[in-house]
Each structure stands twice: as structure tokens, then as C-alpha cells.
Design a binder for this molecule. Structure first.
Ligand code: SIN
Length: 282
């Protein structure tokens, strides 16, 4: 097999074919896949057959795997896998509305992940897509005046408000324990971050977890965030992934945001995610 990278028309994402999803993937293939991820922000590997152990082993080729704070969603026998399964499985709690808002995974931690690998296992016939936004493209399209305004600004990211809002829509969502709450204090990140591997700048704010701009009066920070959210989720910066069973989608969490779309909850939706440890945004 040889790796092929094919840009997906009318989007910033790309299809990658010819890579084996297992811990045995050839180092040169992993290097090309990593480069495609840096170049495109989101890559789609379609029509694959692999199990959770191969998913985990393949993910480790990209870095150390991070475990989610909410342990009730992790496979008990393989906690590296977060089961985004609306039925629950092997004792995990169902997730009815996970990711149904624009966010960058785990931006509420001091060292947010560099990326995630999401495997479509069972998908509804309609809806339940994942939308992605290119935050480098969104940054680059800002006016020089806005870029100057954002330079040096920092924002507060918090998990707790979002978690409570999602719990109101999903009575099955387990409460965070005192220990889990202690793991997720609010954190501060630059509003514009630079991907250390590519040198590209990206907007780093998201509707899900960014709650305030530091040093600005609350209403002014809110207005700026709303303006940036509207700008960055504009159609021209988006890719819509329509899931097929067997898809593996990998995204650079430093330079993209994503959002799951609605679907008829009578249908099963089951995706397995691994998440790769990242560094402090600069
Ligand atoms: C996620 O937010 O990581 C999952 C997105 C999805 O369920 O489509």
C-alpha cells in the first residue's frame, strides 16, 4: 500500500488512504499521515476494519493517550477509549449529546490534547454528522485591525458550566465527583495560538468552553467572543463529515474546532475516541 492524500473538495480537510490502522503501521506512513494532518487539520481514513486495541495502538504512534475526566464514559477494559455511544456499552454511561456544540477537545485543561482519533462504529442513517472549523483559516481571514486587537489577549476556559448545561439535556449524564471537579479548574489560554509544528497561527476560542476574555469588562469580552464564534463557524471555514461505519477521522485539536449535529435519538450512534496528550498553548 502507498499513502495517498486527496483534498476533499470545497473544504480544508483531506482523505488519506493506504495506511494500516494498527500499531504496525510503517513509520514513513505515520510520518506522511502526520504531515497531512498538519497540512489539513482534519483527515479522513475511510472503510477500515480495525478493533479497539488496534485503534489504541495506532493512536499511540501519534503520542501518549489521555484519559477523559468523566470515567463513566471510558471502556472499563480499555479506558484509553472514550465511548461516544448513545446506548452505552460494557457498562459505560450512554452519551446522548456529547460534542453537540462547537469546541476544541478538553481546551479547559492547562495542556489540551494535540488531537483526537474518532472511529465510526455505528452511525444513524441521517444526521449525527460532525462539523469541523478551520481555525487557521478563520484567523488568517480576520482584518489586520482585529488581529492587532487579539494579539496578547488571553481567555478563560472552563468545563463546569458546559457540563451542567449538557446535563440539563441528558438526565443520564453522571454528576462530576468532587475529585473530577478538582481536576478541571478554569484555565487561561492565548486567544491566538501558534501550532509549534507548522508555525501557523489559529484562533483558540470555542463556544463550548471559552467563558471570558481576561482583562476586558464582562459584556465587552462576551461581545468579542460572540463575534469570533460567528466568524470562525462561517460556512467558508467548515468541513461536514457525514459518517460511514469504518471511518477514522483524525483532527488537529490545536487548529480546528468541531460540533456534532442533531440526529434522531431512536437510532444508535456509537463512535470511539482516543485523545492524544498535548502541550501548553503559546
Ligand atoms: C467529539 O466531540 O469528540 C465527538 C464529536 C461527535 O460525536 O461527532
Amino acid at each position: 500500500m502507498s499513502i495517498e492524500v486527496t483534498p476533499i473538495p470545497d473544504s480544508f480537510a483531506a482523505m488519506v488512504s493506504g495506511i494500516e490502522i494498527s500499531g504496525n503501521a510503517a513509520p514513513e506512513d505515520v510520518a506522511r499521515t502526520r504531515q497531512a494532518l498538519l497540512d489539513h487539520g482534519v483527515i479522513v481514513i475511510r472503510g477500515q476494519q480495525f478493533d479497539d486495541h488496534q485503534h489504541v495502538a495506532f493512536s499511540r504512534l501519534f503520542g501518549e493517550i489521555e484519559l477523559h475526566t468523566q470515567k463513566a464514559w471510558l471502556l472499563p477494559d480499555l479506558p484509553e477509549i472514550l465511548a461516544l455511544n448513545n446506548r452505552g456499552e460494557r457498562g459505560t454511561k450512554p452519551i446522548m449529546n456529547g460534542g453537540a456544540y462547537w469546541h476544541s477537545d478538553v481546551s479547559y485543561k492547562a495542556r489540551p490534547p494535540i488531537g483526537s482519533l474518532l472511529h465510526g462504529i455505528e452511525v444513524p442513517p441521517e444526521g449525527g454528522d460532525t462539523l469541523y472549523a478551520d481555525m487557521c483559516g478563520a484567523y488568517e481571514a480576520l482584518s489586520d485591525e482585529m488581529k492587532a486587537r487579539l494579539a496578547g489577549l488571553r481567555a478563560t476556559h472552563s468545563y463546569v458550566q458546559r457540563y451542567e448545561a449538557m446535563s440539563a439535556d441528558d438526565p443520564e449524564r453522571p454528576q462530576l465527583t468532587a475529585q473530577q471537579l478538582a481536576e478541571v479548574p478554569a484555565v487561561s489560554h492565548p486567544v491566538v495560538r501558534t501550532n509549534p509544528e507548522s508555525g501557523r497561527k489559529a484562533l483558540y476560542i470555542n463556544e463550548g468552553f471559552t467563558v471570558a476574555i481576561e482583562g476586558l469588562p464582562q459584556h465587552e469580552g462576551r461581545a468579542l467572543l460572540d463575534e469570533l464564534f460567528t466568524h470562525s463557524t462561517d460556512e467558508r471555514f467548515r468541513y461536514r463529515h457525514r459518517w460511514q461505519a469504518g471511518d477514522l477521522v483524525i483532527w488537529d485539536n490545536r487548529t480546528t474546532m468541531h460540533c456534532a449535529t442533531a440526529y434522531d435519538r431512536r437510532h444508535a450512534r456509537n463512535l470511539h475516541r482516543t485523545t492524544i496528550v498535548g502541550d501548553v498553548p503559546v
